[in-house]
Write a protein that binds this ligand. Structure first.
Ligand SMILES: NC(=O)c1ccc[n+]([C@@H]2O[C@H](COP(=O)([O-])OP(=O)(O)OC[C@H]3O[C@@H](n4cnc5c(N)ncnc54)[C@H](OP(=O)(O)O)[C@@H]3O)[C@@H](O)[C@H]2O)c1
Length: 221
């Protein structure tokens, strides 16, 4: 499967890219500029060796070429970025990692902003009407993703309205060693999932780490 990481040059996007490249998937790192995307690809090759299953593209081109899209931009860039990929995203699944953090409007990263759409992922779904949006990766830290020689001790809480898209997302995300997906139900649950992100950032700061995650226990029969 070709996976396009939209805004893949930041910590979260690069970390997800590296983990999917390691899993053998074809990854396109997207950016507003091809130069920045290429720099990110060069960085991946420095870290992983001369891997062949990664390429650079501008976001719109990445969305056209990708079979499945992952959105990893800050809240303030969410709307403009989605508009720039709208055509390419039609009929596809998009995993949305956007965290509605107060830092998007000059506040604190350990506080949450209430959006009128509900969750950031619900906002994505309103903008991309012909795309299946899945809330994912909000509670997996970029530091853990970038620590690519180690498994990640964390569940990935997802939510979305399309069962097939969630099944594809689950199979893909669980290729990351250590990560277990927990399906939290319809997309409207994203407003609960997304609130865990600022909580984890605060816990990481208080405990002087970057690897804090979450495990839901007791669900296996
Ligand atoms: N970092 C984490 O541990 C973590 C954990 C969970 C969820 N998240 C969420 O994942 C998303 C990405 O996080 P991040 O830390 O990777 O963010 P980031 O490094 O600040 O930004 C990621 C990329 O977004 C693009 N971008 C930044 N500002 C933009 C703007 N004004 N307009 C258009 N594009 C812009 C940039 O790509 P180009 O300049 O190349 O276009 C940048 O490299 C956020 O919503 C965050 O809340 C992050």
């Amino acid at each position: 499967m070709k996976i396009a990481i939209i805004g893949g040059t930041g910590g979260q996007g690069l970390g997800i890219a590296i983990r999917f490249i390691q899993a053998g998937e074809d990854v396109i790192i997207g950016s507003r500029t091809i130069e920045k995307a290429q720099t990110a690809v060069d960085k991946v090759k420095d870290l992983l060796g001369d891997v062949k299953n990664v390429k650079a593209a501008e976001n719109a081109e990445a969305a056209e070429e990708g079979d499945l899209l992952v959105l990893t931009v800050p809240l303030a860039a969410q709307k403009s970025t989605l508009i720039s990929i709208k055509e390419g995203a039609k009929g596809k699944t998009l995993l949305d990692a956007t965290g509605p953090l107060e830092s998007a409007i000059g506040g604190s990263p350990i506080d949450y902003i209430d959006l009128w759409e509900g969750a950031a992922a619900e906002r994505s779904a309103k903008i991309l009407k012909d795309t299946q949006v899945i809330c994912a990766f909000n509670n997996v830290s970029s530091a853990a993703l970038m620590n690519f020689e180690e498994p990640i001790d964390c569940d990935c809480l997802i939510s979305g309205d399309n069962a097939d898209s969630k099944a594809i997302a689950t199979e893909l995300i669980e290729k990351i060693p250590g990560v277990k997906v927990v399906d939290c139900g319809p997309l409207k649950r994203a407003k609960i999932i997304e609130k865990i992100t600022p909580l984890l950032i605060g816990l990481n700061i208080r405990n002087k780490t970057q690897f804090g995650g979450i495990r839901i226990t007791g669900l296996d029969k």
